[in-house]
Ligand binder design. Sequence first.
Ligand SMILES: NC(=O)c1ccc[n+]([C@@H]2O[C@H](COP(=O)([O-])OP(=O)(O)OC[C@H]3O[C@@H](n4cnc5c(N)ncnc54)[C@H](O)[C@@H]3O)[C@@H](O)[C@H]2O)c1
Length: 352
Amino acid sequence: MPRTWTDTSILLLHVDHPPPVNVSPSHIYTLSHTHIMSDFSGPRIAIIGIGKVGAAVAYSIIHRQIASEVLILDLKEDFQDAQVQDLRDSTSFGVSPRVRPGTWKECGQCDIIVFTAGTNQKAGESRLSLLQRNLGVIRGGFDKMAPFKDDAILVMVTNPVDIMTYFAVKYSGLPASQVFGSGTILDTTRLKDTIAQRAQVAPRAVHAYVVGEHGDSQTIAWSNMAIGGIPVDQVLPLDLDEKHEVAEFVRFKADRLNKVKGETSFGIGAVISSICTSILLDERHVLPLSHYHADYGMCFSKPAIVGRRGIVRSLDILLDEDEQASLEKSIHKLKTVAYATENPEPVIASRL
Ligand SMILES: NC(=O)c1ccc[n+]([C@@H]2O[C@H](COP(=O)([O-])OP(=O)(O)OC[C@H]3O[C@@H](n4cnc5c(N)ncnc54)[C@H](O)[C@@H]3O)[C@@H](O)[C@H]2O)c1
């Protein structure tokens, strides 16, 4: 049922009633593109920020047909509406999700809120230096969306994603299990792809994780890597130099792409829509996502079981001594940054 009188009147404009005499055609046009009433049932996904990443996420979600409605919100309203119209043009050939702009409050009532608003990394810029800029963006957004739907899942994409996820856990008001970031899932995808190419197998035959920070201090869990369930060393023996080469390729892939094309979006689009699928279908995939670890008081990536309730369970991954030391270093770095953000002191800030 329509939820408000206003919603009802808008519905009438959309169905078969002539518009009231005091409503101009341009008014109808605006209504039809910005306030289509929303008593539809079915999963709803909101995408906050419809720049390069948000658009790739939206396109991928729409064409997976996992949502009944996809709501789009961006600071730049004209741009937002143009993106909505363009995305809607892609739904003519048999895909069903309704795509429309959403208000902050409506977005907060969606089943999944994907947060991509913010600014992108500039060539050669560290992800961590984006922090101050993007923290203001996410806090402002949470204030306007709150209170969130009780069982909403908040998926952070904005960089630096581990820090943003930490502050999302802190400021969204949602249980920690319902808030996570894309973390190292994209790095893991890149790792699987490069190992698959070397071993000449399909990427999905590679079982591998990048853990820790989505950024420079990330760690490859070599001791857990397998191809078709067989330890990687038996299928693709790599010496230390080759492992280093793979690690650097994965670590700096985003930087290389950013230098040439100024952004990366297709990979993250596919990854986020697959996370949304796992949530809405309660698939219980095991994915390396950035989530809150109470024992460290920080968000970073380790494999986790993902379902409709969000992080159903965080899994302990066995690492060798060097990998564990590298992960601890990564966590320490993230905690230092989070601490400095909450307690800005020039001495600490200058080390970031
Ligand atoms: N986690 C990952 O793996 C990953 C991968 C790629 C990019 N990213 C990050 O995603 C973010 C977006 O990247 P992009 O390339 O799409 O950037 P972009 O500049 O193309 O888009 C960002 C959008 O956010 C909007 N925006 C800014 N402030 C806003 C606010 N307060 N409210 C609503 N909308 C607002 C802008 O208007 C813009 O349309 C960046 O932080 C980037 O670093 C993360």
